[in-house]
Design a protein around this ligand. Structure first.
Ligand SMILES: Cc1cc2nc3c(=O)[nH]c(=O)nc-3n(C[C@H](O)[C@H](O)[C@H](O)COP(=O)(O)O)c2cc1C
Length: 167
C-alpha cells in the first residue's frame, strides 16, 4: 500500500489474534517507526517495553478490564512516557510514537489495539508487574499480532468537524 490515506483508513483495532508468532524484524521496524515520531523540542520523552512471555501477557490481561486480548496477541508493546524529559508534552509525544508504531505494524500486515492505561488505577499494578521505575508512566498496552478478525468502523462526518477561517 503506497497511499498514506488508504493506509490510515484501513487500519482497525484488532481484538482477536491468530496463534502465529510475529517476526522479530517486523517488531524492530515498528519500534524504529515509533522512535521517528515528532516530539516537542525533539526531546523524545519516551521509552518502549516489549512483552512476549505468555504468562506475563496473561497477568497483564488480568490487570485491565478492556484489554483481555493482550493474553492472545503474541506481542505487547508498552509505550512509557518520561515527564522528566518533557513535563508538558510527554504524553502527546509518546502518543504520536505509539501511533507510528501502529501504522508501521499495519503496513507490515500486523494488527494492533491500544488499550489506555495512563492515569488509571491499574497503572501501578502494571508498573509493579513489569518492574517499571516510578519516574515513567505507562501510556497503554498495545496488542500486536496477526489479525483473526476484520472489524469495520465508521467516523463522524468530516463536514461536521471542520471549520474554515473562523469557528
Ligand atoms: C487512548 C486509547 C485508549 C483505548 N483503549 C482501549 C481499550 O481499553 N480497549 C479496547 O478494546 N480498545 C481501546 N482503544 C481502541 C479504540 O476503541 C478504537 O481505536 C476506536 O474504537 C476506533 O476504532 P479503530 O481503531 O478500529 O479505528 C483505545 C484507543 C485509544 C486511542
Amino acid at each position: 500500500m503506497n497511499d498514506a490515506l488508504e493506509l490510515l483508513k484501513s487500519r482497525r483495532s484488532i481484538r482477536k489474534y491468530k496463534d502465529q508468532p510475529v517476526e522479530e524484524e517486523k517488531i524492530q521496524k515498528c519500534l524504529e517507526a515509533a522512535s521517528w515520531a515528532p516530539s516537542a523540542s525533539n526531546k523524545q520523552p519516551w521509552e518502549f517495553l516489549i512483552v512476549t512471555d505468555k504468562q506475563v501477557r496473561k497477568k497483564l490481561s488480568e490487570t485491565h478490564p478492556y484489554a483481555k486480548f493482550v493474553a492472545q496477541s503474541p506481542v505487547v508493546f508498552i509505550p512509557l512516557t518520561n515527564p522528566e524529559v518533557h513535563q508538558k508534552y510527554h504524553m502527546s509525544d509518546t502518543a504520536l510514537a505509539t501511533l507510528q508504531y501502529m501504522i508501521e505494524a499495519h503496513s507490515l500486515g500486523l494488527g494492533t489495539c491500544w488499550a489506555g492505561v495512563i492515569g488509571s488505577s491499574i497503572e501501578l499494578e502494571i508498573r509493579k508487574l513489569l518492574g517499571i521505575p516510578d519516574h515513567l508512566n505507562v501510556l497503554g498496552l498495545v496488542a500486536t499480532g496477526y489479525a483473526d478478525e476484520k472489524p469495520t468502523k465508521t467516523r463522524k462526518e468530516l463536514d461536521s468537524l471542520i471549520h474554515y477561517e473562523k469557528y
